[in-house]
Structures are given as structure tokens and as C-alpha cells.
Design a protein around this ligand. Structure first.
Ligand code: GLV
Ligand code: MN
Length: 413
């Protein structure tokens, strides 16, 4: 089947969605259920409807856009990604897998394809960990990886919970229990995404196929010291929360290096203090620490060292410590038959493929728990991601969309 992807239309949509942001261009920021996130969701919903897809929303705001197959009783084939964005992000992360999937379906429609299985685009809620400190909120609930109790305990910086934000988003009164997928709901899931790393570009390859997704974890720490006047409180009397936090941030670096594996990475991405005045000793600090690895053993070893260092630093400095492991997920293994489908689709299009590990996490990490899953990667300039200068060319995106369309055709045909 000869597929035409309307790359210009897709680029316009990527630009239009990028303009829906909490920050001025070129920065894209769309924090979960912020006004910009809501407008982005409406924008995408309208595009899905224009593509004659049937849209529904579940109780956590995951959006499902379905192209009904001729045999609707069969498990559907799913694709999708996210449109929320961390502060100071770019325009391609997640978006390529959402808008690209709509374009893939349009190209199949235009070619006269009639799927046997339904094809469903999923736009996942909060892949990014911005509001609650935990990523993949929508796909965790879909897969059952996040219990309802844990979901109810999530809090944002202001102490507001998921119920608060669900009702802000017009989802109040719906039952979170209903989000979990029934077993066998999907025959497979394929996510199109920018690589967020440099390898495809360095090797001049247009397509990657993901065989494994690294194991993420997040630690949240609250440190309570004693504040006071920066001139009056003498050094021996101090219980400075920032200094304990600084020791912990250095311990994160040490712990990641100490495993001896190049795959272990540790980042203190959030570090806030109170009161934040130059003439005041910091009395409180909040840290969020991200630790990942392709292997669970070394990831957990790094986590153990960080927790131990945090306890020691706080004890030595007389600082109160509350520490919560928000998530510690296993790596995901992708489905070898689906990987092969991607390889075959790309090869038929004359596009060489690299088999890869995803070091970033994705909703695919959790979809892999409920159905055969893989990902299609396209290059991004310099491997840059989660920055405003993130970039993939129209041609690179078009190639990814074509591979996705072919895979969907194969799986649903
Ligand atoms: C995904 O957003 C990640 O942080 O890997
Ligand atoms: Mn993403």
C-alpha cells in the first residue's frame, strides 16, 4: 500500500500545539491539568474528531481516539504518547507520537485501508512527573502499576491531591477504579517518539526500534532545619537545610558513579528552599532525585546508598528528614515479534533500523505490562531533549510516521 503522509499539515499542527504553552515561545510548558494542558487536550481532541476518530476520556483524563475496525470484537491495536511537557521543554517530546499517530491513521484512511482490528490512539495523562513528582500517571493507572491508594496519596507542591485536580479538569464524580484496562484490551502497543539521545544521529540512521526501557525511580525528600538571621546565628549553632540538601545532591552523583556501570544515572532535578532570602538561614529544603539504570540491581544499589547518605547527613547536621520513594519501577522488555514488525516495516520503506535501549521512560514502560509493546524512535538533533531547542526535521518525522502507519496496517489488517 502506497502511503502519503502530509508532512506540511503535520508540521503546522506541531507548531500550533507548541504555541499552547504556559511560557513564551520557543519554550513549551504544559503541566498536567494546567490551563495550557487543557487547551492542548482540546486541540488534539478536535484533530482526532476531524480525522473521524471516536474520542472518549477516562477518569484520569487519558484520551482514547478510536478508528473502528471491521471486527470490533477483536482486541484493538494501540498507539500513542503524551502532550504534557515539563517546564522549559521543546515541541516534539510526546507530541510526535500523538500528532504523528493521527497523521498515520489519516494516511491509511486516504489509502483506502479498512482495518480489521480497531486502531486506538491513546493520549496519556501526565507522562511527565511535573505535578505529582511521578511520571506516567495515566499509563500506571491503566496498567494497574499504581494502586488507587497510592494515587489518592499523591500531592503536588501546594498539597493538593489528584481528586482536586480531577475535579478542576471536569472529571469529578468519575470513578478512578474504572481506569484500569481489562486484560486483553489491546493486541499490541507501538509508540512513536524522538530518541532523546544522540545515537541515531551519530550513526546517521533514520529509525530506531526499542528492545528495552531502562528502570526509573524517584525519591522525594523534605528536610527541616532551623532558620534564623544570617548575621546573628553563629556557625556552630546552625541547622541549615540547604547544606544537608547539598550533601545529598553530591551523594546522588557519587552513588551513580559508584556502581561502576555507565548505565546508572542520578539527578537531583528539584531543589527548593525556604525562606529563600539572602539574609536568612534556609530552614527547609525539598529535593526530588531521579535514579535510573538498565539493570535493577545497580539502580537499587545506588538508591540504597543515597538513602543512607541522606540519613547520615541529616543526623550529623541535626536536620529532620522525611524521605519517600515515589516510584521504583522495573525495566521493560519489548515484544520481540513487534520489534520484528517495526524492523520489517522500516526495511520495506528502505530505512535502516537500529535496535536500541530507551534510557528515557515512556508510557510504553507500563503498556508493556499489559500487552506486547515496542517503540519507534526517530533522531533528534544533538540528542537534545526536554529543552526548547529540541528538534527533529520534518523528513525525520515523516519517516517515523510512515513506519508507524505500516506497522499499524500490519497489526490491524
Ligand atoms: C520521561 O519523561 C523521562 O523523564 O524519561
Ligand atoms: Mn516523552
Amino acid at each position: 500500500m502506497n502511503l502519503f503522509v502530509d508532512s506540511q499539515r503535520l508540521q503546522r499542527q506541531i507548531d500550533d500545539l507548541a504555541a499552547i504553552s504556559e511560557a513564551p515561545a520557543p519554550v513549551v510548558t504544559r503541566v498536567l491539568f494546567s490551563e495550557a494542558d487543557q487547551r492542548g487536550r482540546h486541540f488534539v481532541t478536535d484533530l482526532c474528531r476531524a480525522a473521524r476518530l471516536t474520542v472518549r476520556e477516562d477518569a484520569v483524563g487519558n484520551l482514547f481516539a478510536r478508528w473502528d475496525g471491521q471486527e470490533p470484537g477483536l482486541a484493538a491495536v494501540a498507539t500513542g504518547s503524551h502532550i504534557d511537557a515539563i517546564p522549559n521543554a521543546g515541541r516534539y517530546d510526546g507530541v510526535v507520537g500523538v500528532l504523528g499517530a493521527i497523521e498515520a491513521m489519516r494516511s491509511l484512511q486516504q489509502a483506502g485501508f479498512h482495518p480489521k482490528r480497531s486502531i486506538e490512539l491513546i493520549i496519556f495523562t501526565a507522562e511527565e512527573p511535573t505535578r505529582f513528582g511521578i511520571g506516567c500517571l495515566g499509563s500506571r493507572l491503566l496498567s494497574g502499576a499504581l494502586s488507587l491508594e497510592k494515587a489518592a496519596a499523591l500531592r503536588d507542591r501546594e498539597g493538593r491531591d489528584l481528586e482536586h485536580w480531577r475535579s478542576e479538569a471536569g472529571l469529578g464524580g468519575t470513578d478512578l477504579k474504572s481506569v484500569r484496562l481489562e486484560s486483553g484490551a489491546y493486541a499490541g502497543f507501538v509508540e512513536l517518539h524522538i530518541e532523546q539521545g544522540p545515537l541515531l544521529e551519530q550513526e546517521n540512521l533514520p529509525i530506531g526500534v526499542v528492545e528495552k526501557i531502562a528502570a526509573p525511580s524517584t525519591l522525594r525528600l523534605q528536610l527541616t532545619g532551623v532558620g534564623g538571621h544570617a548575621g546573628a546565628v553563629l556557625m556552630p549553632e546552625r541547622h541549615d537545610a540547604l547544606l544537608a540538601g547539598a550533601e545529598i545532591a553530591l551523594a546522588v552523583e557519587q552513588a551513580a558513579l559508584a556502581t561502576g556501570s555507565p548505565d546508572t544515572v542520578g539527578t537531583t532535578g528539584v531543589f527548593r528552599i525556604e525562606p529563600g532570602a539572602v539574609n536568612s538561614v534556609p530552614c527547609r529544603a525539598w529535593l526530588e532525585v531521579d535514579v535510573r539504570d538498565t539493570r535493577l540491581e545497580t539502580r537499587d544499589e545506588a538508591l540504597r546508598r543515597i538513602e543512607e547518605s541522606a540519613r547520615q547527613s541529616c543526623a550529623r547536621r541535626g536536620i529532620g528528614l522525611e524521605m519517600e520513594l515515589l516510584n521504583a519501577d522495573a525495566p521493560a522488555l519489548c515484544d520481540s515479534a513487534l520489534v520484528q514488525e517495526v524492523v520489517q516495516a522500516a526495511t520495506e520503506l528502505g530505512l535502516p533500523v537500529k535496535r536500541m535501549i530507551s534510557r528515557a521512560y515512556h508510557d510504553s514502560l507500563f503498556m508493556a505490562q499489559v500487552c506486547p509493546t515496542t517503540m519507534i524512535f526517530i533522531p533528534c538533533r544533538g540528542g537534545v531533549s526536554q529543552r526548547p531547542d529540541e528538534y527533529s526535521s520534518p523528513e525525520q518525522i515523516e519517516q517515523g510516521v510512515k513506519v508507524l502507519a505500516r506497522v499499524l496496517e500490519q497489526l490491524a489488517g
